[in-house]
Design a protein around this ligand. Structure first.
Ligand code: FES
Ligand code: FES
Length: 157
């Protein structure tokens, strides 16, 4: 069947079956290769995107469930050629090594800060609990989330 999904503000049409995952629709049909497949079983968070503003693991969501809805990938966070403050904070805190977890991690932090501009460390840890990183040991990621929150609130550290 044909579906249309609003990806990063742009209508994106594709041909899917009821078994097509949102992950595959985004990567293979819409071309958003920031959406990574790690486990394929809902465990690692590498495939995280925002569906109507909320983080979901796109390997577990049928593409048809996103029909007519808004999906955000990391490509949609900032205009081309610019970085969103969350992305900039990840860079500044060395919170990226191999980068495989990073798009999903950034989207989870972004979603947190939209709802909770001044999160506690516990709230940050909870927000990224579904995103596994095999490289960084998580501390730089938590620091990046704190830095992004400060900057987005206009607080200079
Ligand atoms: S690939 Fe979707 S959670 Fe791991
Ligand atoms: S930076 Fe390598 S998995 Fe997180």
């Amino acid at each position: 069947m044909k579906i249309e999904v609003i990806v990063n503000g742009n209508p994106q049409t594709g041909e899917v079956t009821e078994r097509t995952r949102l992950l595959d629709f985004l990567r293979d049909q819409a071309g958003y290769t920031s959406v990574k497949e790690g486990c394929g079983e809902g465990e690692c968070g590498a495939c995280t995107v925002l569906l109507e503003g909320r983080p979901v693991v796109s390997c577990m969501v049928p593409a048809v469930q996103a029909r007519g809805k808004r999906v955000t990938t990391v490509e949609g966070l900032a205009p081309e050629g610019e970085l969103h403050p969350v992305q900039q904070a990840f860079l500044d805190c060395d919170a990226v090594q191999c980068g495989f977890c990073t798009p999903g991690m950034v989207l989870s932090v972004y979603a947190l800060l939209r709802e909770t501009p001044d999160p506690t460390e516990a709230e940050i840890r909870t927000a990224i609990a579904g995103n596994l990183c095999r490289c960084t040991g998580y501390l730089p990621i938590i620091e990046a989330a704190k830095l992004a929150a400060q900057r987005m609130r206009g607080v200079t550290a």
